[in-house]
Design a protein around this ligand. Structure first.
Ligand code: URA
Length: 238
């Protein structure tokens, strides 16, 4: 048995919040009766949302090499290009987490809410590896500071591993590879800012072990069943 709003959102009909609103508005029927929030349903129950019967939707999974100038949102008041517009599908897919407008690299898009919850939940410590081009020389001490953790807006942000790949003396810029196991908004940029380096360019090289080496900017691939199963297996026991 699962919560009704969860089942509705996982069927790809609406976000979980929107599903809750629809239930509150009395627009959801379970086996012919008006449903209530928190109600639990099974696969045998007939669920009707806004006069339409919902069915389990086929799941799709994509790994995209996000280009710059694309927003990780389902709509944008400023009319900027949406990440979902890069994928050729009729399904209501969405990005797992976010990359900034000017950040490039690995991002998963799917209509599988269950997997999204696994990949976004901090307890599962999903690895994200970034290559950051930052101002100045990033010393061993700087790397250690980020590995020990810095406090940003009441969030303790900690890198799992930080390594200077290259220092360009001419431009006075460092190329730093860092792996995080959680995701907060603008985390990498804020972490570097907090130790006195500003991020000029940021690329996510891999997410949950999925790299984008073979994908050009803007290219994507469908994940295989084996890859999806491996992602599901990243869920840690409660
Ligand atoms: N950290 C950032 O600062 N930006 C991103 O896009 C991702 C992680």
């Amino acid at each position: 048995m699962e919560r009704l709003q969860k089942v509705i959102s996982e069927a790809g009909v609406a976000s979980r919040r929107k599903a809750e609103e629809l239930i509150k508005e009395g627009k959801v029927l379970v086996n012919g009766s008006v449903a209530s929030i928190g109600m639990k349903v099974s696969g045998a129950d007939e669920i009707i949302v806004d006069d339409k019967k919902i069915k389990k939707e086929d799941k799709e999974y994509y790994l995209l090499n996000k280009p710059r100038g694309v927003i990780c949102s389902l709509d944008d008041k400023e009319g900027r290009k949406l990440i979902t517009s890069l994928i050729d599908t009729k399904k209501r897919i969405y990005p797992v987490g976010r990359l900034d407008y000017d950040t490039t690299g690995a991002i998963i898009l799917t209509n599988d809410g269950k997997l999204t919850n696994i990949l976004e939940h901090p307890k599962n410590e999903i690895e994200r590896t970034y290559l950051a081009k930052v101002s100045g020389f990033v010393s061993k001490d700087d790397c250690k500071k980020l590995e020990k953790g810095v406090l940003i807006d009441n969030n303790f942000c900690k890198a799992y591993h930080v390594k200077l790949k290259k220092y360009d003396k001419k431009s006075d810029e460092s190329y730093v590879l860092l792996t995080l196991k959680e995701g907060h908004n603008h985390e990498v940029k804020n972490m570097f800012d907090s130790i006195g380096h500003s991020v000029d360019k940021l690329k996510r090289e891999s997410f949950a072990g999925l790299g984008i080496e073979e994908l050009r900017s803007g290219e994507y691939k469908k994940l295989s069943i084996k890859e999806v199963k491996r992602l599901y297996a990243l869920k840690k026991a409660d």
